[in-house]
Design a protein around this ligand. Structure first.
Ligand code: IMP
Length: 454
């Protein structure tokens, strides 16, 4: 069967920990979208591995697959594989031949356009994600399968590179270097193709996964980013360029929707909100210079809010894994979660980081929005409208810090009562049961209520 793991908010909900937890029962872990904009830290046998492209299951001896919906930077891919090998692991990583390749000009253009966009900039990771998906949709991309055939690679580059060079030089007025040089790109990427072939890494993703399922294997489909960063269902244009929502799992792997729908779709919820990047955030506490719209650190927001935001940011380690940027933080946003529950059809929820909120006197939740004088319960479709929404809060009594590792061992009833009230409110509102509760960053620090593979 398949279990699909989806971020229900703005990424960084702690999906990696859940993939790790349930991944024990999986034989194959596949990513279906995104590229090296994601960041996950895996702790294995006391060693810490920071990965942005290779699925975390590969650290634990599972087959890791990068599906056709992913965009693959071969440099990152091989760096990560080499680092894992140097540390004594033998990662088994497969890459879909239909996946698109991130080339150096994509990264360059991502940076150039972000600077140019000013207020419309999404605050991207500058990994070339958007420009690569643009070329995919524009039918001028280079696919992983093209790297295996030097003639095809050359032909693709000869068509596209002059356009990219003209864009950088003539539209944006930038000087360009070897990242826009056909010969250099051809040589470098042909070599990546040779290595992919030598190591027998490329697959026809859909049939590879279907065969494994038919043979009785458990497959986990790991979404990157989150629902509100989805190109269709997120807060456009402050989004990533792919579909982290569950529908992306089918198009991004080549498994049919009935196969995915036969399995489980688990929504990962952080107990509060965090966001790297720009755009509105109705439940935000305080702000972060350069990311919060119209935020001026010298004026400051409400001092108590700023203090609370700093506390949550530090307790929760809310700094980007890939970029190190401080994340914006806020209270849980229920309209955002109701939207996610519908768009993804969650069969279960994993709520993470409830330990981070421990010790606060009260915990608030944005229960609904006031929008143009009306109370609404889900997100409006345009980001401008979302920016006009004011959150209406509900307040819960706080819970104290306990020995969370012990709670993880003892089970759900060992979670403080007020925290359980909070969790049950979330489950009721989203009409999906709680499968797991993250109570700390360590591997054993999750209260497991339900294992979807059992
Ligand atoms: P891109 O995916 O690099 O194009 O960035 C687009 C938006 O998605 C920006 O607001 C990023 O901060 C956000 N983003 C991309 N990847 C992640 C992630 O893994 N976690 C959280 N935010 C992300």
């Amino acid at each position: 069967m398949t279990v699909t793991i989806v971020g229900s908010q703005l990424g960084d909900e702690g999906k990696g920990g859940v993939v790790d937890l349930y991944g024990d029962a999986a034989d194959v872990v596949a990513r279906y979208q995104g590229g090296d904009n994601a960041g996950h830290t895996v702790v294995h046998d006391g060693a810490k591995y920071k990965l942005s492209l290779v699925p975390s299951g590969a650290v634990r001896g599972k087959v890791g697959v990068l599906g056709n919906g992913c965009v693959v930077n071969p440099e990152t891919l091989f760096d990560e594989i080499d680092t894992l090998r140097e540390r004594g692991l033998e990662p088994d990583v497969r890459v879909a031949e239909r996946a698109h390749v991130i080339l150096p000009y994509h990264r360059a253009l991502d940076g150039i356009e972000e600077d140019e966009k000013e207020d419309l900039a999404a605050g991207t990771t500058k990994r070339g994600i958007g420009p690569t998906y643009e070329d995919k949709a524009g039918r001028r991309g280079v696919r992983v399968g093209d790297l295996l055939d030097p003639d095809v690679l050359r032909e693709r580059l000869e068509y596209v590179v002059p356009q990219k060079k003209a864009l950088a030089e003539e539209v944006f007025g930038k000087e360009t270097g070897e990242e826009f040089d056909i010969d250099h790109l051809y040589e470098t990427y042909r070599e990546y193709g040779e290595r992919l072939a030598e190591e027998d890494m490329t697959v026809d993703c859909g049939s590879f996964l279907q065969k494994r399922i038919d043979a009785g294997d458990n497959v986990m489909l790991e979404g990157a980013q989150g629902t509100s960063l989805d190109i269709d269902h997120g807060v456009y244009p402050y989004v990533t360029s792919s579909n982290p929502t569950a529908g992306g799992a089918t198009v991004g792997t080549g498994l049919g929707p009935t196969v995915i729908g036969d399995g489980e779709v688990i929504g990962i919820v952080k107990a509060y909100l965090s966001r790297v990047g720009t755009g509105p955030l109705p439940t935000e506490l305080g702000g972060v210079e350069g990311q919060t719209p119209d935020y001026d650190a010298t004026e400051g927001a409400d001092a108590d809010e700023e203090e609370l935001a700093t506390y949550i940011r530090d307790e929760g380690g809310e700094y980007g894994t890939v970029t190190g940027r401080p994340r914006r933080v806020g209270w849980l946003d229920m309209p955002m979660l109701r939207h996610a529950a519908r768009a993804n059809g969650f069969t279960g929820l994993a709520v993470n980081h409830i330990d981070v909120l421990a010790g606060l006197d009260e915990v608030k939740v944005g229960h609904s929005y006031e929008f143009d004088g009306e109370e609404i319960f889900t997100m409006p479709p345009t980001t401008e409208a979302w920016g006009r929404c004011e959150a209406t809060f509900e307040t819960f009594d706080g819970w104290s810090d306990v020995d969370w590792s012990a709670a993880a061992e003892d089970g759900y009833d060992a979670i403080p009562e007020n925290a359980r009230t909070y969790l049950e409110y979330i489950a009721d509102e989203l009409d999906a049961p709680i499968y797991a509760v993250g109570v700390g960053p360590g591997r054993g620090e999750t209260v497991v209520v339900e294992n979807p593979y059992e």
